[in-house]
Structure formats: structure tokens, C-alpha cells
Design a protein around this ligand. Structure first.
Ligand SMILES: Nc1ncnc2c1ncn2[C@@H]1O[C@H](COP(=O)(O)OP(=O)(O)OP(=O)(O)O)[C@@H](O)[C@H]1O
Ligand SMILES: [Mg+2]
Length: 479
């Protein structure tokens, strides 16, 4: 049977294009350019689907949405909008939209969404609310395509309890996204508890998370509740999950699989009703290869991945972010500033290795140090070089190497816990460094050991010995 789609958009061109495309797809299409027209069409017809714009001349489509859903709970609505803020996505979803699609969009994507909406048999209970979220209080700033993808994922996840893994470089807004998921989701009236694995001594992480019984280890002088129980009913944000020690990983896996855990030293299983959001700036697949992260835990956590884009991938958002941080500075009592065009362009060129956090600190610093109202490119140049004496494009890996080694060392120590004093840490770590180094140079020397030894500055026999010791495969490849 032909399905009927109501199309509401005040833009004639969009209406025409979509009408043609959907008619060609064998849908019966009814069009209107106003909210009142939409309301009438819904009343007078047995439509199967609505595709609607947000801004219409007589009424905002999002205001009308709850009324439509109330009257026709089974009628799915796809909201499209050029107002690409996070709040549009969130509002649309909270008011019962099936899907939100930012303009401009690809017809192919829209077709997929339409097919999914029409297929949907089970009506999920949408959380229709009239709560007006103050759009001045937007938690995440940016309208770039990269952020649109993030908003869409966030909006879809709001009313679920699915486990989320947020990845992204440092300072890209991982924690902010986690908070938004909680603050606008169905657990918002329960606690949001954040714990950073990298900030707590490794040997204390299990007891921090799961609590402990008095006397279960030296120093455990009282029972402690643990973050899982503190977060009961709400959300637990596990920040820097890649730094979680292996014993804690095992306990966490059990919570995710069975919904229960034991305190450290406790024997009774405790039931847990907590939504888990995890974040990391590491590549966990690499940690899995290095044996530092459990693969089964990774799949449990990675049910829905969200990747926060680096700021350099969304430079078009920089002016809006700058404005937002300037506004925040004035709230802190600093005078209003503006950046002239050249200055703003320079900010857009810069690579921002520290991402939004670096930009935020930069704006605050300029706001505090310079008294003039209009900030010029000279000020920016001076501050950028002062701020970041090493060019950010130089070897970002170097700052990571010590991190990797610390992590390796601490994990080796954990594994050899009972035998630390008679350990072999130095040689173990050196091997970890030698193996990839020699493999790499062998590779670029196409398996020619003499060449490889020359590049490394090693004696040929020493290299051969190391290759044997470290079990490195040697393959000669033709040029
Ligand atoms: N899209 C955004 N809009 C506004 N502010 C943002 C945005 N993204 C990040 N910020 C701000 O940048 C700072 C860093 O964000 P956040 O702490 O969420 O990053 P992170 O990814 O968790 O970083 P790290 O890995 O270093 O912990 C915060 O002050 C946050 O408010
Ligand atoms: Mg963080």
C-alpha cells in the first residue's frame, strides 16, 4: 500500500526537490509551508510519516511536535533543521522525533531514515516533555558537520541506558559530552559521578570504584561505599578508562555482564543500576594488542562509540567558540573584547593541539593580559608563540613516549606484584622498545641487516644477536 508522507517546510525549493524525489520513490506526498498547514494535514489525513522543518513562519515546528505526538503517538516524525545546534537535536529527540537530520543533508541519508521510520513496528515510549531547555545554556558549542554527527549520536542515546565509549584527543570535550548525556537524559535526577583512572593510584582504583570492607587491606580502617554505589540510579563516568588496571577491568566486566559486583573483601554480590559512560584519549585497540586492555571489556564498553573531533577538524567552529569563551570571561568580570578579522583568521589557522581546552585558556589569558578592546593579529602571534614555544606540529608522539613507558612499567609491576623486588623491569621495558625499533628499521632496510645495523649505529653481530633474542622475523624484500 502506498504510504503517505507529510512534508512541511517553508522553503519552496526544498519542498519541490523532496516532493519530486519522494513521489518518484512511490510515496504519496502532501506538502505545506506552515505549521498550521501541517497541523491541518495531520488532522485530516492518515499519514504514515512527517518530515518537517523547525523554523516555519507561524510557529516553531518543535513546539508543535509534542501536540502531534500526543494526538498520533504512532506517527513518526523526522525533523530537519538548519539550526544545527546541539539543542535542536536534543529538543527534537526529547519531543518525540524519530530522527533529527541537519541541513543540508544527503538525499540518500534521508531515504534510509524514512525507510527505518516506516519499518518501525514497535512504538518506543518517547520521553515527551515540554521542558524548555534554555538555549542560552548550550553545553556544547559548534555547528560543524563533525559536531552534528556527535549531536545526533548524543540525542539518540539520551533516553537509553546503553553503555557509551567516548574517544577523542585531550581537551575535545569528552567529559562535557558525558555530562550532557546525563543532564538531558532520563537519569538526570540521580547522581552523575565521575572518576578518573589516571588520577588515582592504581592499587586504590578497585576500592574507589567498588568500595571495600573494613580490614580488607592495610589502611582499610572503615567500610567504604565506592563510586558505583554513590552513582546508584544515575551515571558513572569512567574517565581515562585505558588506564584501568586489569583486576578492576575484570570486576567492571562483571558489572556490565551481570549487573552486580562485590566490594573489595566483601562476599555478598551487590546489584547495580548505573549507566556507564567511559572515555579515553588512547587507542584502546592498541592497548588490547599490547595486552593492557581486555578485549571482551572493550566490546562491552564500545556498544555505542562517540568520537569527539579534534578542534583542527572543525575550524569553522572557532569563531563561535571564541565568542562563547569571551562571553564567559565577561561573566567572570573581565572586560568585553573582540578579535579583528586577521586575528580571528590566525586563530583558525592554528592547529590547537590542546583542542578546545587550549583555546579556552588562550582566550582567558588574552582577556586578562591585554587591556585594549580590539585584539589584533600581533597580539595573537605573540601569545601563540609564548604559549606554545615548540611548534605543535613537531613530534606529538614524543610527549607520549614517557606516558607509554609509565603505563608499561606500572603494568609489568602489577603483573609481577608478588615478585617486585626480584624483578627484571629494566630489561623487560628495554625489550619493548628494542623490538619495534629494530623491526621498523629492518623493514625500511628491506630486511638488509647490514644496512639496518648501519642506520641503527649497531655492530652487525650485536644486531644479529638481538634479532635472535627478540625473535624478530627477518624478511628480505626486493626493491
Ligand atoms: N564543544 C564545546 N563547547 C564549549 N566548550 C567546550 C567544548 N568542548 C570542550 N569544551 C571546554 O573545553 C574544556 C575541556 O573539555 P573536557 O574536559 O570535556 O575535555 P576532555 O576531552 O575530557 O579532555 P581530557 O582528555 O583532557 O580530559 C572544558 O572547559 C570544556 O568546557
Ligand atoms: Mg576529560
Amino acid at each position: 500500500m502506498t504510504k503517505t508522507i507529510i512534508l512541511a517546510d517553508d522553503d519552496n525549493a526544498i519542498r519541490k526537490v523532496l516532493n519530486q524525489a519522494l513521489t518518484r520513490d512511490n510515496y504519496n506526498v502532501l506538502t505545506t509551508g506552515t505549521a498550521s498547514g501541517l497541523w491541518n494535514l495531520v488532522n485530516e489525513n492518515h499519514a504514515d510519516l512527517i518530515i518537517m522543518d523547525v523554523v516555519m513562519p507561524d510557529e516553531n515546528g518543535l513546539e508543535l511536535l509534542p501536540r502531534i505526538k500526543k494526538m498520533r503517538p504512532n506517527l513518526e516524525v523526522i525533523v530537519m533543521s538548519a539550526q544545527n545546534t546541539m539543542m535542536t537535536a536534543v529538543n527534537a529527540t526529547q519531543r518525540g522525533a524519530f530522527e533529527y537530520i541537519p541541513k543540508p543533508f544527503d538525499l540518500f541519508d534521508l531515504r534510509n531514515i524514512i525507510a527505518r521510520a516506516l519499518q518501525k513496528k514497535n512504538i518506543k515510549s518517547h520521553n515527551i516533555t515540554d521542558d524548555n531547555i534554555d538555549s542560552e545554556q548550550l553545553p556544547l558549542i559548534g555547528r560543524s558537520q563533525a559536531m552534528q554527527d556527535v549531536y545526533r549520536s548524543l540525542a539518540r542515546l539520551l533516553n537509553t541506558d546503553l553503555t557509551v565509549l567516548i574517544t577523542g584527543e585531550s581537551g575535545t570535550g569528552k567529559e562535557l559530552a558525558a555530562r550532557a548525556l546525563h543532564d538531558y537524559g532520563k537519569r538526570k535526577n540521580f547522581p552523575f559521578v565521575a572518576i578518573n583512572m589516571a588520577a588515582i593510584p592504581r592499587e586504590l582504583i578497585e576500592s574507589e570504584l567498588f568500595g571495600h570492607e573494613k580490614g580488607s587491606f592495610t589502611g582499610a580502617t572503615n567500610n567504604s561505599k565506592g563510586r558505583f554505589r554513590q552513582a546508584e540510579g544515575g551515571t558513572l563516568f569512567l574517565d581515562e578508562i585505558g588506564d584501568m588496571p586489569s583486576e578492576a577491568q575484570t570486576r567492571l566486566l562483571r558489572v556490565l555482564q551481570e549487573g552486580e559486583f562485590n566490594t573489595v573483601g566483601g562476599s555478598k554480590a551487590i546489584h547495580s543500576d548505573v549507566r556507564i559512560i567511559a572515555a579515553t584519549h588512547r587507542d584502546l585497540t592498541q592497548s588490547i594488542r599490547q595486552g593492557l586492555f581486555r578485549e571482551d571489556l572493550y566490546y562491552r564498553l564500545n556498544v555505542v562509540p562517540i568520537r569527539m573531533p579534534a578542534l583542527k577538524e572543525r575550524k569553522e567552529d572557532i569563531p563561535e567558540l571564541v565568542k562563547y569563551f569571551l562571553y564567559r570571561s565577561t561573566e567572570e568580570g573581565l572586560p568585553w573584547k573582540k578579535f579583528d578579522e586577521r586575528a580571528m583568521n590566525r586563530l583558525k589557522q592554528y592547529n590547537w593541539p590542546g583542542n578546545v581546552r587550549e583555546l579556552e585558556n588562550f582566550i582567558r589569558r588574552v582577556g586578562a593580559l591585554y587591556s585594549q578592546e580590539s585584539i589584533s593579529i600581533e597580539v595573537i602571534e605573540a601569545e601563540l608563540s609564548e604559549f606554545n614555544p615548540i611548534d605543535q606540529d613537531q613530534n606529538p608522539i614524543l610527549s607520549n613516549i614517557s606516558e607509554v613507558i609509565e603505563l608499561l612499567a606500572s603494568d609489568c609491576l602489577n603483573l609481577q606484584k608478588d615478585n617486585v623486588e626480584k624483578g627484571d623491569l629494566y630489561n623487560l621495558i628495554l625489550k619493548e622498545i628494542e623490538r619495534p625499533l629494530i623491526s621498523y628499521v629492518l623493514n625500511i632496510s628491506r630486511g638488509n641487516q647490514l644496512k639496518c645495523a648501519n642506520i641503527l649505529g649497531l655492530n652487525r653481530n650485536t644486531l644479529r644477536k638481538k634479532i635472535n633474542e627478540l625473535n624478530i622475523p627477518v624478511m628480505r624484500t626486493p626493491k
